[in-house]
Design a protein around this ligand. Sequence first.
Ligand SMILES: [Zn+2]
Ligand SMILES: [Zn+2]
Length: 259
Amino acid sequence: MFIDSHCHIDFPELAARMPEILAKMAENKVSHALCVSVDLPDFPRVLALAEQFPHIYASVGVHPDYEDTPEPTVEQLVELAKHPRIVAIGETGLDYYRLQGDLEWQRERFRTHIRASRESRKPLIIHTRSASEDTIRIMREEGAGTDKGGVAGVMHCFTESLEVARASMEQGFYISFSGIVTFKSAKELQAVALEVPLERMLIETDSPYLAPVPYRGKMNEPGFVAHVAEFIAKLKGVPLEQVAEQTSANFFKLFKDAA
Ligand SMILES: [Zn+2]
Ligand SMILES: [Zn+2]
C-alpha cells in the first residue's frame, strides 16, 4: 500500500471527480492521502473531506503564495489543529519564485506556523522554492526541528540540493518526493533521491499539479503516487514493496495523529 502524503483534492477540479479519484486510489493500492490546506477560507472543505472519508487526513495552514488572504495567528492555528482529523500544520514555508518584492510578511507567516506546530505538537508541512537559505535559517531560529524541541515535519515536493536535504534531516525532517523526480530532466533531483535514505522519505503527488511520468501534463490525482514509488524503487534498486512499506511506516511515524 502507498500513501499520498500531500494532495489538494479539495480543489474544485478534483473534488468534482471524487468517486473516480477514490476508485483510482483503490485500484493503485493507495491506502491513504493527506489533503493539505492552503488558506483559511477554504479550510472547511479540506476538513469536510477528512471528516467524510476515514482514509483522508487533513492539515491546517496558509500557503506562502496566497498573498491576499486572511493572515492566521498562532492561536487560531492551534485551535483549528485540535480537531482529531488534523494531523499537521501547513502548508507553510517560503516561495521567492512565484512572488517577489518585500516578502517579510511571508517570513512572518512562516514563523507563525512554526510556533503553532511547537505548541500543538503537530508536524509541519514545509514548501520551499528559491528560498532554501531563509527557510533553513528560520526553521533553526524558531526551533522547528526535533533538535530544538519542535516536532519537525516534512519538506514537501522537494526540489532542492542534497545540502538542503541534509540540513532538513538534521532537524528531524522527512524529505518528500513528487512526480517531479520522474521527469527526464530531473537528473539532479534524482541524484538527491538516491542519497536520501528510504527511512527519511515520503512520497506525494501535490495533485492536481505535477503528474508523474507517464501522465506528465495531465491532471494529477492521489492514485498516481504509485508511479513515484515505482520510480524511486528502480532508482534505488530496491523492491517496490520495500518503498511502499517504508514510506507508509514513515508517514504514520511522522503524522502520529493519523490512525
Ligand atoms: Zn507546496
Ligand atoms: Zn501543496
